[in-house]
Design a binder for this molecule. Structure first.
Ligand code: ZN
Length: 240
């Protein structure tokens, strides 16, 4: 399995608190716990040539993770289109936290992907509402994160194919925090935790869910359909 972790990698360079929380970058921390005997992980960031997502890199990627926040608009449309095509062909995509506003997620969803938000240093409780789903393997009824940004409904996404987690926040809000979709041959998982100044990517449950999601999003052997003009299969259609 080949995984590429994409991170915008801007907060870490300009914000001391973020740099302290994720000294190797958010991508570095994600890569660290995703990698295992079966999973080779590489990283890519916005400021690299082609944002680190050349056709060669994407062709070899089974599952792509996406973390972005302040620079969604700087992601070139050409690269977004390239990622989009790879998802349709079967590449898995895991969109994390503020990636809900990324060009690629909005393009795949076809909606605004807007939501309510508040940074107030409070905890959140993530409920496992689909315990039989492979992405929820090893997760109890619920778990708590000591600090997470409040994301609240309404979250303007299409009806998820599967809803796996719902988060509750102390302000009284709820949020569909773990959702799956299929687009073309590709599988997509959106997962809410991961604010840049909070330690969510060090949390054991969050790590377990992301690792489960990498496995679930892995491409199948499905062939990609041929579209466009099609020659009749039956000979008697000719010469009518
Ligand atoms: Zn955030």
């Amino acid at each position: 399995m080949k995984v590429t972790v994409w991170n915008e990698y801007r907060h870490e360079k300009i914000d001391e608190a973020v740099n302290e929380m994720y000294p190797a970058g958010i991508h570095g921390q994600l890569a660290k716990f995703i990698a295992d005997e079966e999973t080779v992980v590489q990283t890519a960031t916005l400021d690299e040539a082609e944002h680190g997502l050349s056709s060669e890199v994407l062709a070899e990627t089974d599952v792509l993770l996406w973390w972005g926040h302040v620079a969604h608009e700087e992601v070139a449309d050409e690269i977004v289109e390239r990622v989009y095509q790879r998802v349709l062909e079967g590449m898995g995509l895991i969109v994390l936290h503020s990636g809900h506003f990324s060009k690629i997620f909005k393009k795949l969803m076809g909606t605004s992907c807007d939501l309510k938000w508040r940074e107030d240093e409070k905890h959140c409780r993530v409920w496992n509402i689909n315990p039989g789903h492979p992405i929820a393997t090893g997760i109890e009824d619920y778990f708590e994160l000591e600090k997470e940004e409040m994301y609240g409904e309404h979250f303007d996404i299409p009806q998820p194919d599967e809803l796996i987690f719902v988060s509750w926040f102390p302000g009284g809000e709820v949020f569909r925090s773990g959702c799956t979709y299929r687009r073309g041959n590709g599988k997509i998982f959106y997962f809410q935790p991961g604010h840049e100044t909070y330690p969510s990517y060090y949390d054991e449950n969050v790590q377990k869910i992301i690792k489960n999601a990498v496995k679930w999003c892995a491409p199948t052997k499905a062939s990609y359909p041929k579209y466009g003009h099609f020659q009749a299969l039956e000979k008697n259609l000719e010469g009518r």
